[in-house]
Design a protein around this ligand. Sequence first.
Ligand code: GLP
Length: 242
Amino acid sequence: MEVVIVSDAAAVGEVSADAISALVQRKPDAVLGLATGSSPSELYRELARRVATDELSLAQCRGFLLDEYVGLPADHPQRYRTVIETEVVTPTDLRSERVQGPDGLAADLPGACADYERSIQDAGGIDLQILGVGSDGHIAFNEPGSSLGARTRIKTLTDQTRRDNARYFGDDIGSVPHHCLTQGIGTILQARHLVLLASGRAKAEALHQVVEGPVTAMWPGSALQLHPHVTAIVDEAAASRL
Ligand code: GLP
């Protein structure tokens, strides 16, 4: 795993945007794996800036989400499909119809997970997957104890993750869904390049375990050590335990 340590979150955004710009220059119809959460915010802001100044075009790219809450109404602002629409599609030229996520409103959730896996395969697989890491080491919504070979499936969120994410739900943990659909670690490891973003001290322990700890389901991100092409782009605070 290549670890790039930069000064702050804005620099994490710039360096990760460089990775996407280089890919898209080589392959204009690249398939991008899109994460939600605070970790990629600066990246998405920087992509929007580059598209606005004609340095970059995502018009031919496709996007696949990592995960989705189960049961949030289609117009809920925290539905991940909506978050990606707001943070990536609207401010760039990535086309809404070229973005897909697991359907957390499907009547048949296992069927929706299987369909999603097929859609990723049909698109030729993900070229570059953006990842954040939870404070407990989760990747997408693969919580501690998740199988390292799993595919897209339904998962139950831990109390820790629901507490961490309550800030997006008006600090009301009762409003955070209990279930989600998430790409499995096995799905994620099939992407050709994994780009892990982390900033801030709250991620220091997780990053230490993911980068330097043993490969264990108790720190699901540690499975990234098994992938041949991972770039971790992190700020000094997140790197403080490396
Ligand atoms: C969330 C998301 C993940 C994200 C992680 C870290 O629960 N499902 O995709 O990477 O937790 O979030 P943040 O970047 O806000 O710290």
